[in-house]
Design a protein around this ligand. Structure first.
Ligand SMILES: C[S@@+](CC[C@H](N)C(=O)[O-])C[C@H]1O[C@@H](n2cnc3c(N)ncnc32)[C@H](O)[C@@H]1O
Length: 366
């Protein structure tokens, strides 16, 4: 099992991610009042200095386009003389070309770049587990649905594909990796941020009622992933070693774990000047399930819903397969796996869905 995870995490490219992931856009659109509120709380003098904003773990930039556009327009309105630098960051294998196509209006998605003057759009392929900017060069950082990705897999999960199904020492190892990575992410952002800067971070979490992505009510999504992947091993389509090698490199933190580095006065993150302004949890209903409740067509639901699962999980299942398999065979196995999920939804539509469960945080640098 690869310890470093950067090679296995990849959203589907060529615009598939944004097209298939309307729920992630709902999650981000709901953060707009927090984003504008955080900007309003900042001193943004109209002094001609570059104002730098970042969307960290942006995928193709389509899900955040309206929120980032509104944030840039807000700053432009308050500081007409300031050049705006907008930096989209993700892992090196991300489809960065798609970001430029979306932001500059080459797709069907309404774009902001053509209408904002003195705006410079950049991308960075550096992991957010590392420093992203020269000391103090970032004024406002945004990130959605990304910081649950771990920098390394801390070990196997014997009988599940995700930490939400792990227990004992295996689960504890993921909790520890999640804690260490979160501290490092925040410490790096503390160094990136200018004094008075803000972060708005939306993270997958386990909420106060123990709910998490696809694990709210009804059929549990990660248990289904696990059961169907294991069924392929039982049928000999994949090997037991491949089943065992398939683990999401993720940890869902709870509110206490998210807050601790920002409220514990002895913590290096607190000492580096980051303070928690706001934290809340929200559950956003799965839009595909809501559609199904309106139209009642199980086949239509299954066909629309599976691509959203596929957009973010396919690379993890592909990474579990032996590198000895030819590419075509790997693609067939992955298709067969998601087909089995689609059949399951079509035949058992009740209670299916992927509700989003997040913490919404506003953080300031003293
Ligand atoms: C589920 S997508 C979220 C995309 C977008 N922010 C949204 O909310 O729709 C997670 C993104 O985080 C990126 N990511 C994961 N680990 C990362 C890391 N260490 N550094 C930068 N980006 C990372 C993934 O490549 C992916 O594009």
């Amino acid at each position: 099992m690869a310890a470093n995870t950067a090679g296995d995490i990849r959203m589907k490219g060529s615009g598939y991610y944004s097209l298939a992931t309307t729920g992630a856009k709902d999650v981000i659109d709901g953060a707009l009042p927090l984003v504008i509120g955080a900007l309003k709380a900042m001193d943004i003098p109209d002094n001609g200095a570059v104002f730098t904003m970042a969307d960290m773990g942006c995928a193709d930039g389509g899900t955040s386009i309206d929120t980032i556009g509104a944030a840039l327009r807000h700053v432009r309105g308050r500081a007409p003389s300031r050049p705006l630098s907008m930096v989209y960051t993700d892992l090196p294998r991300n489809d960065f070309s798609q970001i430029f196509q979306i932001v500059h209006g080459l797709t069907d998605i309404p774009a902001y770049a053509p209408d904002i003057d003195n705006l410079y759009v950049f991308t960075s392929g550096t992991s957010f587990h590392r420093r992203l900017f020269p000391e103090g060069a970032l004024n406002f950082g945004f990130s959605a649905t990304s910081s649950h990705y771990l920098s390394a897999r801390p070990g196997p999960i014997t009988d599940h594909v995700h930490m939400v199904g792990a227990s004992g020492a295996e689960r504890a190892a993921y909790a520890e990796q999640g804690r260490a990575d979160w501290s490092r992410i925040l410490l790096n952002r503390a160094a990136d941020l200018a004094p008075g800067g803000r972060l708005v971070l939306i993270n997958f979490c386990r909420d106060e009622q123990g709910r998490y992505l696809g694990g709210t009510t009804g059929v549990n999504m990660f248990d289904t992933f696990d059961r169907l992947w294991r069924a392929l091993a039982d049928k000999g389509v994949i090997t037991n070693d491949e089943y065992a090698a398939t683990v999401f490199p993720q940890y869902y933190r709870d509110v206490e774990e998210c807050s601790a580095p920002l409220v514990d006065t002895d913590h290096p993150v607190y000492r580096a000047g980051l303070r928690l302004d706001h934290i809340e949890t929200r559950v956003i209903d799965c839009p595909y399930r809501l559609d199904y409740e309106r139209h009642g067509d199980a086949a239509k639901f299954a066909t629309a819903y599976i691509p959203t699962l596929r957009s973010w999980s396919e690379s993890v299942f592909a990474a579990g397969l032996s590198i000895g398999r030819p590419g075509e065979e790997r693609a067939e196995i992955i298709d067969c796996f998601f087909d089995s999920y689609e059949t399951f939804v079509r035949e058992n539509p009740q209670g299916q869905g992927m509700d989003y469960v997040h913490t919404y945080m506003v953080i300031k640098k003293e």
